[in-house]
Write a protein that binds this ligand. Structure first.
Ligand code: NAP
Length: 447
């Protein structure tokens, strides 16, 4: 028998477990999927926006993997805590696959980022997703204006959520505290600001289009900013997704739509140089006008503009976090590897693997992780004869408990699901997420 630990139960972790149990080359594989949280699904639960029901429904297929008899979910187990180091894990399992994602957010590196009212988009996403590390009252949305820096899908998500009305979110599982804060939100104007043009933006067209379909909201684009885009005159040279993005944005520039209670302004060729504040709170963002540098990037022009805002969200990408005891490349924010095999000082470390964002960086859609996990599992299976000879503890679960971990089993997660359904009923809603550690652990104990 080959016992494998998968660290992280987000898409890359679950796809790794799936690839391990669906193959026939190495029979007798057993997989423990460990997660720091009592709940599975990683960013599908704590990152995908609540109004993206279709993507959320992926939980159904991830669930089927975690319910496979050869797979066990062990929630509330933090690798790196209570002596559970990577070295200790290797004494428990023949192989360990780290699928820990990219948990940190990137910073702008400009003065004023520490001001109250300036957050990473990840903090905002965690808050409306009921992540238990997020403070329940983290966001008071006084308004009237917010700036979102970045032009990726996360920027689009948080922009959309900032203008959604509570009635649209009530049928989702958004936590009650966030729903009430969004209902009371005074935010009327959201400026989503990109340092390059729509022809180079990272968002995908389907997500971009959704901004134009939001009730009581219009999208405004300044045609003069579009004309700065090097692809403006010749969109045919762009990759298909960028060309479609440019077309959508051009449509909005030509027809701003009727005045509406809320608006989203898409701004281009502006890079943040300072977050301005008064009395420790954000009041505006100072941007420098940029222009194409002819090589796909931009350069500053020495002309500046300020956009007033009481809330600033930086949505400029994620970064991997170093896990003590595991090699880490700080420049790339990933674990060095060869086809998924972890490299220590350039040499393969027997039994240690990576998949997902910690392997390749925070890019791609959820499905990208399936291919990524498959490559890693193929490497692991090729190594299986040597891995099976490694001496490991007879009962890893018992050893985890000895170290002071109290894993939440799958039945504990099912109990959390029931508690969230009951919470929803008590609030006259469907299912409502439990937003705190105590609540999640108490619900899991009901199993
Ligand atoms: P991303 O796609 O890498 O976008 C980051 C954005 O931040 C880019 O527009 C980038 O501009 C900008 N940026 C970076 N540094 C900056 C700086 N110092 N100043 C100003 N702008 C800066 O990252 P993401 O939005 O966090 O998304 C991460 C991944 O998750 C992506 O693969 C995304 O597609 C995926 N995701 C998908 C969905 C969905 O499918 N619905 C939802 C959320 C996330 P430059 O291009 O100029 O560098």
């Amino acid at each position: 028998m080959l016992r494998v630990a998968v660290v992280g139960s987000g898409p890359s972790g679950v796809y790794t477990a799936q690839a391990l149990v669906q193959q026939t080359a190495v029979p007798g594989v057993r997989v423990h999927v460990l997660d720091r949280l009592p709940c599975p699904y990683g960013l599908v639960r704590y990152g995908v926006a609540p109004d993206h029901e279709k993507i959320k429904s992926l939980q159904g297929s991830l669930r089927a993997v975690l319910e496979d008899e050869r797979v066990s979910f062990l929630g509330d187990v933090e690798v790196g805590a209570r002596g559970l180091t990577p070295a200790a894990l290797l004494e428990l399992y023949h192989a360990v696959v780290y699928c820990v994602g990219a948990a940190r957010d990137r910073r702008l590196g400009v003065p004023g980022e520490e001001l109250r009212g300036c957050f990473s988009a990840t903090e905002f996403v965690s808050w409306y997703s009921a992540h238990p590390d997020s403070a329940r009252d983290a966001f008071a949305l006084d308004g009237p204006a917010a700036v979102v820096v970045g032009a990726g899908n996360v920027a689009v998500d948080v922009t959309r959520l900032l203008v959604r009305r509570a009635a649209e979110l009530a049928p989702t599982d958004v936590p009650q505290g966030a729903l009430e804060a969004l209902a009371a939100s005074g935010v009327r104007h959201v400026h989503m600001v990109a340092r390059r043009g729509p022809g180079q933006a990272k968002f995908t067209t389907k997500e971009l289009r959704e901004l134009g379909a939001l009730p009581e909201t219009r999208v405004l684009v300044d045609p003069a900013e579009l004309a700065l885009d090097p692809a403006y005159g010749d969109p045919a040279a762009l990759p298909a997704v960028n060309r479609r993005n440019l077309e959508v944005v051009r449509g909005w520039a030509a027809d701003g739509g009727a005045p509406a209670p809320r608006d989203i302004r898409l701004r281009f060729f502006l890079r943040p140089v300072e977050i301005l504040g008064a009395d420790g709170r954000v009041t505006a963002v100072r941007f420098e006008r940029t222009e194409p540098d002819g090589e796909g990037g931009v350069r500053g022009t020495g002309r500046y503009e300020e956009i007033a805002a009481g809330l600033v969200l930086r949505a400029v990408g994620y970064r991997g976090r170093a896990l003590p005891g595991l090699p880490f490349d700080p420049a790339r924010g990933t674990v060095p590897h060869e086809e998924g095999r972890v490299l220590r000082d350039g040499a393969v470390s027997p039994g240690e693997y990576v998949a997902g964002w910690i392997k390749r960086g925070p890019t791609g859609v959820i499905g990208t992780n399936r291919h990524c996990a498959k490559e890693t599992v193929e490497a692991l299976l090729a190594d299986a004869p040597a891995l099976a000879r490694r001496r490991v503890a007879a009962d890893p679960g018992a050893r985890l408990r000895e170290l002071g971990h109290t894993p939440v089993p799958w039945t504990g997660w099912l109990a959390i699901e029931r508690a969230e359904a009951a919470l929803g009923r008590s609030l006259g809603r469907e299912r409502v997420k439990i937003p705190d550690w105590e609540g999640l652990r108490a619900a899991a104990r009901e199993a």
